[in-house]
Design a binder for this molecule. Structure first.
Ligand code: TRP
Length: 452
């Protein structure tokens, strides 16, 4: 008990609300917006995916985001500890999140490594006006047995180093300047892409839904992407919520962060799809889509080297702040529940994730022959974590908050500064969090998996 007290009193926190917003946005905005979102839009038939995605953000994403922040701030614990504090028998819900975070970071870091390589490459200039060359560059890079590993090592080492140094000096500092800069450059690139010849075709693909392409798998992929992009379902946002000051407005941060995240993803699509159609790439080409398309844009753009360099640098920072938020809940868990110190936890957990990541990276090249259910290891990690673990963790978290902890307790935490009248509070807690969000997740989940 006395030990728990100590944790409480020495708990690190963010210096300000703006600090939380930047850190939470830093967690949310990352490769999910610029790499994974356009890839899925392309793979699942274009605008129809976008429409479902936006609907799920509104119906599930914002509700869940607010639920996680509320639970975390009330419990003053990270992921697992928060569940344990309220009801010991449901500690395992947090455990699902830890496994998901572990799996996600192991492939996330590989892609983070690709970004570092593309950053360096863009400084030299891609000079690839023939789109076939950018495709070749990508596939020969990721399948190389050595070079992607070097960049994965670098990316993971940086992630570990920041977590090793702790929350305030680490996370907050790195998020502050980056987000506005990233937004600015994404808008500039979208304008440029929209001026390309044939851009209209891409715009049509991205914005005019063809409902005949709607399948249960599309909905499940969109659901998984909502969780992935908003960092939900594994305790990232919950853990950051535990660092949020008691005086700050939860509804306000829970609207701003998902909004910023969605805007960046939307603009990423406005860059990628006009360019995909203009250069004649295949929109459904998978995880390489962003990496193949952008170098072609930079090669033909005035000051392309400069824009390319700035863009990949910002994307690298965005990926780094997201990666931190994947590692931090596991570290916080080891510190709070197993009495490890921060340094030991960062190095050990980070090290194991790094090793799993090595295999994820190799599965794009030398180990690409090993497939489970038609998917290489990299895609397995992605699919299982995003389509299974995050929706499951998210649904259980929503049910946990509203049925076990109780909607009234949640509402008390949301409005505990006494200043805020949260008029929609009742609707949020007793309708959205209690019924609509978990039910929707459940339906999409079982139909998407073909259980129904
Ligand atoms: N949201 C991040 C992105 O879009 C990735 C991420 C960070 C994440 N923390 C998470 C995904 C927690 C799922 C769960 O790049």
């Amino acid at each position: 008990m006395s030990q728990q007290h100590e944790v409480q009193e020495t708990r690190e926190g963010f210096a300000s609300k703006i600090g939380f917003i930047f850190a939470a946005a830093g967690s949310a905005i990352g490769l999910g917006n610029i790499w994974r979102f356009p890839w899925l839009v392309g793979a699942y038939g274009g605008a129809v995916f976008l429409v479902i995605y936006l609907a799920i953000i509104i119906l599930v994403g914002i509700t869940m985001f607010m639920g996680e922040v509320t639970l975390g701030r009330y419990a003053q614990r990270s992921n697992v500890g928060a569940f344990k504090k309220i009801n010991k028998s449901f500690t395992w819900i947090g455990g699902i999140g830890l496994i998901a975070g572990f799996m996600i970071l192991s492939f996330y870091s590989v892609v983070g490594g690709w970004v570092i390589y593309y950053f360096l490459r863009s400084l030299i200039g891609f000079g690839m006006t023939d789109p076939a060359l950018t495709e070749q560059l990508f596939s020969s890079f990721i399948s190389n047995p050595i070079s992607p590993l070097i960049f994965h090592t670098l990316f993971m080492a940086l992630t570990i180093w920041i977590c090793y140094n702790g929350v305030k000096d680490g996370i907050e500092k790195y998020s502050n300047i980056m987000m506005p800069a990233l937004l600015a450059i994404v808008i500039i690139l979208a304008i440029r892409a929209l001026m390309l010849p044939g851009a209209a075709e891409g715009l049509k693909f991205y914005l005019v839904p063809d409902l005949s392409k709607l399948t249960a798998q599309t909905a499940l992929a969109a659901l998984g992407q909502v969780f992935f992009s908003l960092s939900l379902g594994m305790g990232s946002i919950l853990t950051y919520g535990s660092y949020l000051g008691k005086k700050e407005s939860i509804p306000q941060v829970s609207l701003i962060v998902p909004l910023m995240d969605t805007i960046i993803a939307f603009f990423a699509g406005l860059i990628i799809f006009p360019a995909v159609f203009s250069y004649g790439f295949e929109p459904s080409s998978g995880p390489g889509l962003t990496f193949v398309t952008l170098p072609a844009v930079f090669s033909e753009m005035p000051l392309g080297q400069l824009f390319g360099g700035a863009f990949f640098f910002l994307l690298f920072l965005a990926a780094l702040t997201s990666a931190i938020s994947l590692l931090e809940p596991i570290i916080a868990y080891m510190i709070e529940e197993h009495n490890w110190n921060r340094k030991k936890a960062s190095l050990t957990i980070g090290g194991v994730i790094f090793i799993v990541g090595v295999f994820a990276s190799l599965s794009m090249g030398p180990l690409s022959g090993f497939k489970i259910a038609h998917l290489v290891f990299f895609d397995q990690l992605d699919w299982v974590s995003n389509n299974l673990l995050l929706p499951l963790g998210g649904m259980l978290t929503a049910l946990f908050i509203s049925w076990l902890w109780g909607t009234q307790n949640a509402l008390n935490e949301v409005t505990n500064d006494g200043l805020l009248k949260f008029e929609l509070g009742n609707f949020w807690a007793n309708v959205m969090l209690k019924y609509i969000a978990p039910a929707l997740v459940f339906i999409v989940f079982i139909t998407g998996l073909g259980i129904f």
